[in-house]
Every structure is written in C-alpha cells, then in structure tokens.
Design a protein around this ligand. Structure first.
Ligand SMILES: [Zn+2]
Length: 325
C-alpha cells in the first residue's frame, strides 16, 4: 500500500528536518578570505560517507550515547596569536549555544575545552545566553544552567598527558569539536590560508580526540575548510579542492588537510552557524522557537534562539576579542 506522505513517524520527520538543516548549513555564504566554489565538494564528499543527513546523525547519536548528568566535552577556539590574541568569533558562540542546548535539552553537563585566551569571550557569551560558568571548586549540581570551561595547555609535548588526565577525571560520553583546527599528516596545524599555526601557542587537541577514539568515546566535529579536527575523513577531497590543501605556505609543504578523524563529521560553510542550527532538530530534544531565552524548570526550554539573540552573542564575542587587539 502506498504510504501516506502525511502519516510519517517522528524518526522520519527528524531525518527530513536533518536533511533541510544540512542544506541550510551548506549554503555557501563565506567570508572573502575563504576560497570560493570549493564547499559543495567538501560537503558532498562528507555526505557520501554516511547514510543519513550529517546533522540528524550527530544529534540522534548523541541522544543515544548519553544519559542525564553525563559530561560532554566541547572543543573550540581556532584563532591564536599574533593575529588573534584572544581567539576568533567562529567557534565560541556555537560552542556555548551547543552547551546550552545539551544542558537544557538532554540534561548533560557541558565542559568547553580551549586555551585560556578564549575564556573572556566565552564567559561573555555565556552571560548573554543565561549560562553560568562554574567557579573554581563549584560542581555542576551547585548552580543552575551550569557550564564548565577548562584550559588545555598549549604545546604538543603536553597534550597527551593533559588528554589522559581530562578523560580520566571527567569520563565524557561524547566529544564535539566546533571549528577546531586539526593537524596534517606531519602533525602541523594550519590556517585555511595555508599558514602554520604556532604549536607553542596552540593546544594540540588532536591528542584528546585520538585518545578518546581509542577509548570508544563518541566523537563529532564541525568544520568548514578541511583543516579542522575530523576532516581526515575527507582528506583526499580537501587536498584536491582547497588551494592550500596539498601544499601549504609553511615550511612543512604538506598542505592544510587535517588527518584527524571522528565518528561523525559535519561540514558547514561556517562552523558555528551549523552548530547553532544542527543540534535543535532532533525528535527528542524539545525545541520551541520564541523570543527571549526563558530558562525555567517549569516551562519547556527554548533551545533555539532568535536572530536578535544570535546577533547579541556575536557582538559580545567580537567586542571581547577586539578590545584586546
Ligand atoms: Zn605546512
């Protein structure tokens, strides 16, 4: 019997929504500094790796693999000195919005991991979104709308030990990277323009993701150029289509294509935009759209937010970043 198109299950609807969120995330609206016309190939290559829309898969798998009060790591922070002494605006707003959605929607305990230079913009964004970064000594149960922000040391040599200790202490159920650069096959991190990121000024979070995968912890990454964590899944495509994909502008001469892999990679034209849209589309996360950011245990939480709130968290982030430059 022919299936009634109006009689579809919640799961089918979630997949339809995911397909459309993927399409929104894949609209190539990019800053001028990014190469034009390459994104469709990056998205298509990623999509071919999976049977379902990328945003649907990430959201539904996180729901399956976590339970209330579990810790979830959110990795972010792409910019670094000398150009970005307090980070950049693509990353932190999405990381905090995701932390909020996971806290309110799934009752998870979100932990943002980044370099200390990104703390100020993250705290500012958290304040705008009604989230409360924990102070030293405080636990998740001691505050409402709590969020923990942790420093990860810069330098490759300290990364393994720091990763081991973090995983040991918090036992996260999932790790989600939001616009976080990953190293190429020579272990060198790059900007999208093919310039080397100084390893002494940058947390080598590749180690954390690698160790998590060895421990079968679920990993997701959101990237937009192919030099981010997780983009090793589409390594050949990044090398082929990105201007600095195969040969970079730095002495390593090995290209910006990240060699890091994750369980689910989401390619979006701008990472943070995708994160903000992607994680509110699930059938089980209650999602309502409305003005304001009501956070009250007696009402259904609002996980998505309006353009005015998005605009204000971007402003807070950019002002925070700009004030120190
Ligand atoms: Zn290089």
């Amino acid at each position: 019997m022919k299936k009634n198109k109006f009689d579809i299950s919640k799961e089918e609807m979630a997949i339809i929504v995911g397909e459309n969120v993927d399409r929104l995330c894949a609209v190539e609206i990019r800053p001028r500094m990014a190469a034009s016309g390459v994104f469709p190939a990056l998205y298509d290559a990623t999509r071919k790796k999976y049977a379902y829309p990328l945003t649907y898969l990430a959201a539904s798998e996180i729901i399956k693999k976590t339970k209330e009060k579990d810790h979830v790591f959110i990795l972010t922070g792409a910019g670094c000195p000398p150009k970005y002494p307090t980070g950049e605006s693509d990353g932190p707003p999405g990381a905090v919005a995701l932390a909020r959605a996971l806290y309110l929607g799934l009752k998870l305990n979100p932990i943002i991991i980044t370099e200390e230079r990104n703390f100020e913009p993250i705290y500012g964004i958290a304040n705008e979104m009604g989230m409360n970064p924990l102070l030293p000594g405080q636990s998740f149960s001691s505050r409402v709308n709590s969020l923990l922000v942790l420093d990860f040391p810069c330098g490759k040599e300290r990364a393994k030990d720091a990763s081991f200790k973090l995983l040991q202490k918090y036992q996260p159920s999932a790790i989600i990277a939001v616009e976080r650069i990953g190293a190429n096959k020579k272990g060198v991190c790059h900007s999208m323009k093919g310039l080397e990121v100084d390893a002494n000024n940058f947390a080598y979070l590749d180690s954390l993701v690698e160790l998590a995968r060895e421990k079968n912890i679920f990993t997701v990454s959101v990237g937009d150029n192919g030099n981010e964590l997780g983009c090793g899944i589409i390594f050949d495509t990044v090398q082929r289509v990105q201007p600095w994909g195969k040969v970079c502008q730095c002495p390593c001469q090995s290209g910006i294509a990240s060699s890091s892999e994750v369980d689910i990679l989401i390619m979006a034209t701008v990472s943070l935009r995708s994160v903000i849209m992607a994680f509110c589309d699930s059938k089980e996360i209650p999602s309502t759209v409305g003005e304001g950011m009501p956070i009250s245990p007696s009402t259904q939480p609002v996980l998505t937010h309006t353009s005015s709130i998005f605009s204000s968290i971007l402003s807070v982030c950019i002002n925070s970043i700009s004030s120190s430059r």
